[in-house]
Design a protein around this ligand. Structure first.
Ligand code: PEP
Length: 259
């Protein structure tokens, strides 16, 4: 399994999103095996992007949701509203929301529970800050984030859970984490998930890396069996970069195919 998630953040408008969605889908053309592609446009572009993505294998993700299904929550968007727009995935707990908007692990937990209750796939972001890594606290931070964010979570039926390990210091920084550090953290996260969900089949959970993934370094991460995919921010709105990332994932999958 290799998953490529494009997080366009607030970087594109509606018209640009439509063009970018078309170009992103073209990157899948002519391949024998393709990665799972999840496109996460800004909210305002979801319905237009849906029209482009319909009938393709790509899925649409939202960049956030609110934890209540309906009600007086000005400016918020519910999972039900997102489902109406064909959204199947949702990024939850991105570090930009944690640091810029004060999103806490408790809020993240409510959002994860809400997404799963509506059969949406959460893309739960976790990761340590530079200071926490330098203090040797990276594992402890990620463990706490996961323990709180996944409190009360059950994976029923086909429910899926994607974890994006995104060290805060590597996001938008132009400097990714080392492959060795990513593998080590992914193993650690996998062991936590195995404890929390001992009965969940392997394919139900995936661990992705995010943080300055680009066309140049994507293959180095994707070829590792510990890395089930990548969450891409900046390079996902640069179509040449994004094409290289999708190609790297496809190459890895092709190499894994039985003769
Ligand atoms: C992100 O926004 O989740 C991200 C990983 O951004 P970038 O690829 O720009 O570091």
């Amino acid at each position: 399994m290799k998953i490529v998630i494009a997080n366009w953040k607030m970087n594109v408008g509606v018209r640009e999103s439509v063009a970018l969605a078309r170009a992103s889908l073209l990157t899948l053309r002519g391949r024998k095996v393709i990665p799972e592609l999840v496109i996460c446009p800004p909210f305002v572009a979801l319905s237009e992007v849906r029209k482009v993505v319909a009938r393709s294998s790509a899925a649409i993700g939202a960049q956030n949701l609110f934890w209540e299904p309906t009600g007086s929550h000005t400016g918020e968007t519910s999972s039900r509203q997102l489902l109406e727009l064909g959204v199947s995935h949702v990024i939850i707990g991105h570090s930009e929301r944690r640091t810029q908007l004060g999103e806490t692990d408790e809020m993240v937990n409510k959002k994860v529970l809400q997404a799963l209750s509506e059969q949406m796939t959460p893309i739960l972001c976790v990761g340590e800050s530079k200071g926490e890594r330098e203090a040797g606290e990276a594992r402890a931070v990620v463990e706490t984030q996961l323990a709180t964010a996944l409190r009360g979570v059950r994976l029923h039926g086909n429910a899926r859970l994607l974890i994006a390990y995104e060290p805060v210091w590597a996001i938008g920084a132009g400097e990714s984490a080392s492959v060795g550090d990513v593998i080590e953290m992914h193993r650690f996260i996998r062991s936590i998930l195995a404890n929390l969900f001992p009965d969940a089949p392997a394919g139900q959970m995936a661990i992705l890396y995010g943080g300055s993934v680009d066309g140049e370094n994507a293959y180095r991460f994707l070829r590792e069996s510990e890395v089930d995919g990548v969450l891409v921010g900046g390079a996902s709105v640069k179509i040449n970069q994004f094409k290289e990332i999708v190609e790297a994932a496809a190459e890895v999958l092709e190499a894994q195919r039985p003769e």
